[in-house]
Design a protein around this ligand. Structure first.
Ligand code: IMP
Ligand code: MG
Length: 175
């Protein structure tokens, strides 16, 4: 395992996101919607650095197992979500923007609920991987195309608890 972003670097990146979010949503009704499970560490740190009023909601997107996308429906409770985003600005928060498919599936669902606006914030964006025609609005770090774990990101449901972001070596990915 090779450390890509130290705890200090991650903290600085999160702080940067928090300042931008305060600027963008000052005086506006904001609901931050975290994408389970990967966003929980970022979301928990991020909201504590933001001093403007906000609401928090969670959605469950499609799951990955290892590096493979698991088929199956998105588990989103639209009724709960509708109440949280009605007449509010939505900021979707995820750990990483890779192909963009997760966010691309969630945005139309949220859009149906008629929020005032929808933006996306991620800790990481992988270079050269996007398969969609949009980019996240707020990105803390651009990283190379490597498989990363830690700070919420998992490999086979492990490593989420690491306080830094690390790239797994090929032999660790095979294990
Ligand atoms: P996308 O839909 O391809 O953008 O992928 C986004 C989701 O894939 C993230 O929410 C992560 O759960 C997962 N993911 C993508 N790349 C990685 C990685 O390098 N490590 C761990 N999870 C990843
Ligand atoms: Mg995820």
């Amino acid at each position: 395992m090779k450390v890509l972003l130290t705890e200090e670097q991650v903290r600085a990146g999160v702080e940067g996101l928090a300042r931008k979010i305060e600027e963008l949503y000052q005086g506006k009704p904001l609901t931050m919607v975290g994408v389970l499970i990967g966003s929980i560490v970022l979301l928990a740190d991020l909201i504590r650095r933001i001093s403007i009023p906000l609401r928090v909601e969670l959605v469950q997107a499609r799951r990955y197992w290892g590096q493979v996308r698991r088929p199956g429906p998105m588990a989103v409770d639209l009724e709960v979500l509708a109440a949280a985003v009605r007449e509010r600005h939505v900021l979707l928060v995820d750990d990483i923007f890779d192909t963009g498919q997760t966010i691309a599936e969630l945005i139309p669902m949220l859009d149906e609920l008629d929020p005032l606006s929808i933006r996306t914030a991620v800790l990481l964006r992988k270079q050269g991987r996007s398969q969609v025609d949009f980019q996240p609005d707020l990105v803390a770090f651009d990283i190379p195309d490597v498989f990363v774990v830690g700070y919420g990101l998992d490999y086979k449901d492990m490593y989420r608890n690491l306080p830094y972001v690390a790239a797994l070596e090929p032999d660790e990915l095979a294990a």
